[in-house]
Design a protein around this ligand. Structure first.
Ligand SMILES: Cc1cc2nc3c(=O)[nH]c(=O)nc-3n(C[C@H](O)[C@H](O)[C@H](O)COP(=O)(O)OP(=O)(O)OC[C@H]3O[C@@H](n4cnc5c(N)ncnc54)[C@H](O)[C@@H]3O)c2cc1C
Length: 408
């Protein structure tokens, strides 16, 4: 098992520098344009695909890096470039992970390549769990999947919302309830293959930040998918449901909220995205403070400015440490006994919001305009305390884990 280390090896440094080059040369220069257009940056995704950055192979390589630092390092560099474009590049990964985590080998082999397409014809995928009335409270999900035994098909009905790439995806992964009484234990994930009748895009949201990333409702009206699209297969689902019903009957099992627990292991990756945005804003602010002169000297000569930069950098480094620790723990199979995954996401996302706001302050009037990137970074940073579990939900997970009490 790899010991925790902050020292990247030569290979990791090479990957980091390569990603940084792509972020600096391709992503950053395109950021303002796609933010204004509020559209998926297909040409940038295609460029990433040509270089092998937009591919399952690349993510698998980072994911299986035994040090645990591959994914956080990659996320930090891409999101340093721009959060909206980077989410367009890594958003497919959310759906791919859903299949990798729950699917059979055959399902992985069939569907994951269709999520990415190829460099000449790039595709994206969407992971659809949230609903208008089921955000943090995933257990109250209303989308239903009913098995039609005669045809060996599942019939999906419901409305998903805030789905990254929803409606424009080639492959949608949809979480639906197959037994409402079991709460989130009665949920199952389904592949909805390309061009399946009944799936349509609802409202496309106009957003505060990460505007280059497409976010929309996904409407499911009598969507029929073959039995083979149930991730993990029917036998496994039946066994899991039987166990959950047995436990529910005994009354011993408190049905957990999936949003609170299931994604604990994936949260450090979101923390790393936040570190990337925070670092980008800090670097802009540092450079500006050194060159902007008022009262005949650079503004960084004032402790009031320099100390802000000192705090910003300290918090970013602390956030990265928490993220790397949690990611190393997840990779090496160490249990999050103190909700370390949630801690890393909570601290990094709050840091990104704070640091990007401070960056605007340091840039003064310029910071408030779209001539400089920090106002976009500040708008983008607001997402980190919301998706993959809000900051309040992270605190709930941490507090419950530490106390062992059902804190509400
Ligand atoms: C840009 C974007 C992209 C997204 N992408 C996806 C995606 O690809 N797939 C997907 O399935 N979902 C996605 N989401 C949805 C996201 O995960 C949810 O928005 C998030 O889980 C919060 O749910 P909610 O918005 O319904 O907020 P709510 O759950 O309604 O929460 C509202 C407020 O109440 C607080 N709150 C709620 N419950 C408690 C509690 N018990 N204690 C204390 N405070 C509480 C919350 O912290 C928050 O401040 C995305 C959202 C956005 C904005």
């Amino acid at each position: 098992m790899a010991e925790f280390t902050m020292d990247l090896n030569d290979e990791q440094k090479e990957v980091r520098d390569w990603l940084h080059g792509f972020a600096a040369d391709v992503i950053r220069p395109a950021a303002a344009e796609w933010d204004e257009r509020e559209e998926t940056p297909w040409p940038v995704i295609q460029e990433a695909a040509k270089l092998g950055i937009y591919s399952l192979d690349f993510y698998a390589q980072q994911f299986f890096d035994p040090s645990g630092l591959g994914i956080p390092m990659a996320m930090e560099e891409l999101f340093w470039g721009d959060a909206g474009i980077a989410l367009s590049i890594v958003g497919t990964g959310l759906a791919a992970v859903g299949v990798l985590a729950n699917g059979t080998e055959e399902q992985i082999g069939t569907w994951v390549p269709q999520m990415y397409g190829d460099a000449n014809d790039v595709k994206v995928a969407a992971f659809c769990s949230s609903e208008p009335d089921a955000g943090s409270d995933v257990a109250s999900m209303r989308t239903r999947a009913v098995y039609d035994e005669a045809k060996d098909e599942w019939v999906l009905n419901g409305t998903k919302t805030w789905a990254t790439n929803g409606g424009i995806a080639n492959v949608h992964v949809v979480v639906a309830s197959v037994d409402a009484e079991l709460g989130s234990k009665g949920h199952a994930s389904f592949i909805v293959p390309p061009n399946t009748p009944g799936l349509s895009q609802g409202q496309k949201f106009k957003k505060h930040g990460i505007r280059a990333s497409h976010t929309a409702e996904v409407v499911l009206e009598n969507v029929r998918v073959p039995g083979s699209c149930l991730l993990g297969g029917k036998d496994k689902l039946d066994e899991r449901l039987a166990r959950a019903r047995e436990k529910a009957k005994k009354g011993g099992e408190r049905v957990k909220n999936a949003a609170m627990a299931t994604f604990e292991a994936s949260r450090p990756a979101v923390g790393a995205m936040a570190v990337g945005t925070a670092r980008a804003a800090y670097e802009e602010a540092l450079e500006y403070a050194k060159t902007r002169e008022q009262f005949g000297r650079p503004i960084i000569d004032n402790q009031g400015v320099a100390f802000q930069l000192a705090d910003m950098r300290t918090q970013i480094d602390a956030a990265r440490l928490l993220v790397w620790r949690a990611s190393w723990m997840a990779t090496t199979g160490k249990k999050f006994e103190n909700a370390e995954g949630s801690m890393s996401k909570l601290f990094a996302s709050e840091t990104a919001k704070k640091v990007t706001a401070q960056a605007i302050q340091i840039l003064g009037g310029n910071g408030f305009t779209r001539e400089y990137p920090v106002e976009r970074m500040h708008r983008d940073a607001a997402i980190y305390t919301i998706f993959e579990g809000t900051s309040e939900i992270q605190r709930l997970v941490i507090a419950r884990t530490l106390s062992g009490l059902p804190i509400r």
